[in-house]
Design a protein around this ligand. Structure first.
Ligand code: CP3
Length: 356
């Protein structure tokens, strides 16, 4: 497949030189954009949007029409996999995602199967193809999945959670069942990312949003080995043709050396670590993505520019004075009440301050 006209993201993920640091934002498509809210009220619901490839394409492109972003990210959700496994995803207004069925027993976990990527998740692959066609090579398209652990959190809890009581109880009382669940999730994630790549995704990100709620020992047992298996087993080409894999995790700062050795091309970090420290700890083995506190977007344009400059310089300081191998992003996703104009300020500041 042909290289995009703007290949800054792909080059930076391979730690190759670029003219300026690429930037994209987690949750760059969403409710903070009035045009998203308009499309959503026409479509009826988030799931109706995600399951319609033309609409998913439209909302994927919306932030790119406003901002000078260096990548598009597929409009979808991490919870498509458990939905396709038969757990039946739905959303309650103001309460977030829920599942009709949960995974609580050994029998529940043993019943799960890797979904058929074309039959059960074909709408995602079709969205990838439509978006690639409409992007017409302007910027690369990022595909994504949840991590096995993060998916398991929603599957066991039945939705979002504050204390992760049920899944932590499972980890303590019946670790074998949790490993059965994590193992089928890992097989599904590998098949899902491979199918998105076949459909045209040019970079792939795994969101381990809830890895950071685990103690270090439990992270090493229940999240890290499965992330590593994805990084090792996901077939993604060789050399220049290789599709880069980004492992993003909230609260992953204490595991950066292990993540740098996982086989992934890049690691995404949140804002609880200085990029200079993250760069020193990973020692050039991977590219780094991040890491402004999303709340930075509540600051003034001047404050946002200041924070962007700080983050860029922090990365370079820890990376032997070089900006290579940095993909600018927030440390987590955007919120619906953020000001779109501030996003423009951030994106332009990244490009202005990082020009080589
Ligand atoms: O980044 C992007 O723009 C791409 C699209 C994307 C969405 N969800 C769209 C979405 C991505 C990458 C995700 C990943 C996702 N989904 C994660 C991992 C990343 C993270 O933010 O930690 C998680 C934990 C989920 C599960 C999920 N889906 C949650 C917690 C919510 C929010 C519920 C709410 O009411 O705020 C969703 C729904 C969702 N996924 C929305 C969007 C734009 C909001 C939909 C809407 O109400 O219109």
């Amino acid at each position: 497949m042909t290289a995009p006209k703007n290949d800054r993201l792909l080059r930076a993920l391979k730690r190759q030189p670029v003219d300026r640091t690429p930037v994209w934002l987690m949750r760059q498509a969403g409710r903070y954009l009035p045009e998203y809210r308009a499309t959503r009220s026409q479509a009826g619901s988030f799931l109706a949007m995600a399951k319609n490839p033309e609409i998913a394409c439209e909302v994927t492109l919306q932030p790119l029409r406003r901002f000078d972003l260096d990548a598009a990210i597929l409009f979808s959700d991490i919870l498509t996999i458990p939905d396709a496994m038969g757990l039946e995803l739905y959303f309650v207004e103001g309460e977030g995602p829920k599942f009709k069925h949960t995974v609580r027993s050994a029998a529940d976990a043993e019943r799960l199967q890797v979904p058929d990527m074309q039959q059960d998740l074909g709408y995602v692959m079709e969205a990838v193809r439509v978006i690639r066609r409409e992007l017409d090579g302007k910027v690369p398209l990022i595909g994504f999945s949840g991590s096995p652990w993060t998916l398991a959190c929603y599957m066991v809890e039945g939705g979002g959670s504050k204390d992760f009581a049920r899944i932590k109880a499972m980890a303590l009382n019946d670790p074998q069942t949790l490993h059965t669940l994590l193992s089928v999730n890992t097989d599904a994630v590998i098949a899902y990312l491979a199918a998105q790549r076949q459909a045209g995704a040019q970079a792939l990100q795994v969101f381990d949003t809830w890895g950071g709620v685990l103690s270090p020992a439990m992270y090493r047992e229940f999240s890290l080995p499965y992330l590593t298996r994805i990084a090792r087993e996901l077939e993604r080409g060789e050399g220049e043709e290789r599709t880069p894999l980004i492992l993003f995790g909230k609260g992953n700062a204490i595991h950066l050396q292990a993540l740098a050795d996982s086989g992934a091309e890049a690691v995404g970090v949140d804002w609880l670590i200085e990029l200079s420290d993250a760069a020193r700890q990973t020692g050039g083995k991977v590219a780094l993505q991040g890491n402004l506190d999303p709340a930075t977007l509540y600051g003034s344009p001047q404050a946002i520019r200041e924070q962007v400059r700080r983050a860029l310089d922090s990365y370079a300081e820890g990376n032997g004075g070089s900006r290579e191998g940095h993909v600018f992003n927030l440390g987590h996703g955007m919120s619906p009440d953020m000001n779109p104009d501030h996003v423009g300020v951030l994106v332009d500041a990244v490009h202005e301050f990082s020009r080589r």
